[in-house]
Design a protein around this ligand. Sequence first.
Ligand code: OAD
Ligand code: ZN
Length: 247
Amino acid sequence: MDIPWHDIRSVAVLTGAGISAESGVPTFRGEDGLWRTYRAEDLATPDAFCRDPHLVWEWYDWRRGLIAGCRPNAAHRTLAHMERRFDDWTLITQNVDGLHQLAGSRSVVELHGSIWRMRCTQECQTPWEDRTVPLSMAGGALPRCPNCGSLARPDVVWFGESLPGEALTAALAAAQRCQVMLVVGTSAVVQPAASLPLVALRRGAYVVEINPQPTPLSDTAHEVIREPAASALPRWWQTWQRRVTVG
Ligand code: OAD
Ligand code: ZN
């Protein structure tokens, strides 16, 4: 890397489902990625919700219950700790599980929304937080908008939908100005998130991938750590700090 380690001021991080894997949250494209016989691509779409809102809500209810029992791991905690050490720090996540916030990360750019928020399908009011687990869907009752009574939906981004504008703008800006980008636990195949490391690379950032499996990014990243995040990330951060103190 051209810049001395102690001169690094601007860091961006992109995380995906893999960072929460060791907390017990299943990844989407891993072996345990299926619910019943469905893939995420079959359920996380506006069409699927339109066709069978009950099925889609059942899936989200199951995931909410599962995530509610999960705690942040050492990788989440390391990122929360690192946030305090940099003037310009942006944690961009594709995860909807809220584990970064639970680990103490203060500012998190949620590219794909949050499983802990709902919103009105008629968009009559701003999304609201609802952490009820499990949801009471007895007799086919589905979550409703408290304001107008319309069907509610998870405040997450589904396939075919655009990302929240503010989050995407913040993520792009961070990718453009960061000196170092960490890419942790993402298969790097879902756009536009997958292009953020490429933006950073093009702008001359030093890009580090942490993932036990190869991804389309692996060949171009400056450093690839083929290990689970909960052990690799704390160690990588220790090495960084040692480099800084040694000079
Ligand atoms: P994926 O399930 O596609 O990829 C998870 C990645 O994590 C894989 O590359 C694994 O090799 C890696 N992985 C597994 N265990 C790991 C560990 N312990 N440490 C580090 N990495 C590990 O998940 P995402 O890339 O997050 O979108 O998927 C992107 C988006 O596709 C999701 O946000 C979701 C999904 O459909 C929406 O819901 C809109
Ligand atoms: Zn409403």
